[in-house]
Design a protein around this ligand. Sequence first.
Ligand code: UDP
Length: 506
Amino acid sequence: CTKQTSENSMASPHTDLHFVLFPLMAQGHLIPMVDMARILAQRGAIVTIVTSPVNAKRFKPVIDRAIEAKLQIQFLELPLPLDEVGLPEGCENFDLLPSHAHALNMYSAMSMLENPAEILLKTLCTPPSCIISDSGFPWTNNIAKRLNIPRLIFYGPGCFAFLCMHILTHTNILNEIETNSEYFAIPGLPDQIEVTKPQAFTWGKGDSKETTEIFERAQEADKDSFGIVVNSFEELEPKYVEAFAKAKDKKVWCIGPVSICNKSFNDVAERGNKAAINGHDYIKWLDSREPGSVVYVCLGSLSYVSTEQAIEIGLGLELSNFPFIWFIRNTTDEFERWLLEDGYEERVKDRGLMVRGWAPQILILSHQATGGFVTHCGWNSTLEGVSAGIPLVTWPQFAEQFLNERFIIDVLKIGVKIGTEVPIVFTELDKSKIIVKRQDVKIAVQDLMSTEEEGEARRKRAREFKVLAKIAMEEGGSSHRNMTLMIKAITSIKEVAKNTKSVIDV
Ligand code: UDP
């Protein structure tokens, strides 16, 4: 029996619901859903997160701390049938795949989890009241139906990107655009948003027959969902929240930025994975810098940077003349050789920190020395930058990242483009060279950090969003209220189901 007996003491219990969360096995999905689990548990709910053993192990310290704080959270481990799909042992997260071309094998493994997941859910002492599922698990829809409980969906990105995707997949606009280089305005949006066909196309329709089928299956299952939970906040994208809910004809609850729920040093420093260096060492390094002077560079959990590209980034940062902290996810022997031969690290050691591995991102973003963020425009990173009140250099690569770039530049007006125009096919990331030249890096960073009027205006807007984000998550704020409304809606469904059952029993 997997029932937790601890009582929630952080917040007075508002609910006796049991939420079961199914995050996709990727950091950009697991991280916000683990935060979401904590927020639900702080409201008194029991929360079960279903994931594979390697992912459960990665997040164990976070969950152990939550349990210590008397939150009723647990992992339920569901092994992935890696053997059956030709994936090596331990490849249980998109960031652990031998190559990005194995993404489809991962999707195949995930699609086989319906039966084992249902059997596991039936072992729970407290029956689930609601499933919150990543859209990438369409089969959770079947389980929710059989258990007669509502299924909410979580996609990852914000309402702006989803509204764009909805329009792009429900109109003929993409067929009308003849070339891949032409910019066109996405019709029916509250703002003038222009993209090229590949920028709009890589996401929502898939980039191959197989990925298109994955998207279609997810969209079909999503039609039955009771509502959509979004890691965003209403004040950030008010027109888009409303238009997205209308387009989907579903309830949309914006409950973020969920990263703000991480308050203690350990929760901030150890979010998602073990950081490459002890959090206190970063603080020491950042403490020695002027406020707002440091550029933080991190291209997410999946982006791939070739040796050539890493060299250009390094030289561009050096040329910019700003202090920087740069995280490299996938260093290569070739790159390490270049570093030695070029004497790069020695040259920049007084103002540059280069780290191979996992960044404690919100720890760095929330430090007063950090003044700019070079991001790949993943939605979580975008929102974490916004929550920290920091302007962004935008370097989108794949998925909905080009749409997020448009949101940062055209709607929020808190960013500077690095200048990439052509998306990379996700399954071919490893082959990508994507050369953004050192001059492009230098110019974008200098522009972002500039104290001229435009730079100051960007910085001011970014700071305003930080305040709004914080208020949204506080009691009485929009995201706090939306969480209450979502819990109430699920409670009502549970009550109706209970009453119907007692009438039948009589
Ligand atoms: N992240 C981190 N350290 C890293 C890389 C990523 O903490 O070195 C976190 C980041 O804070 C964010 C998530 O991983 O919460 C990445 O999600 P995002 O949507 O930004 O991009 P993805 O990795 O999915 O492309």
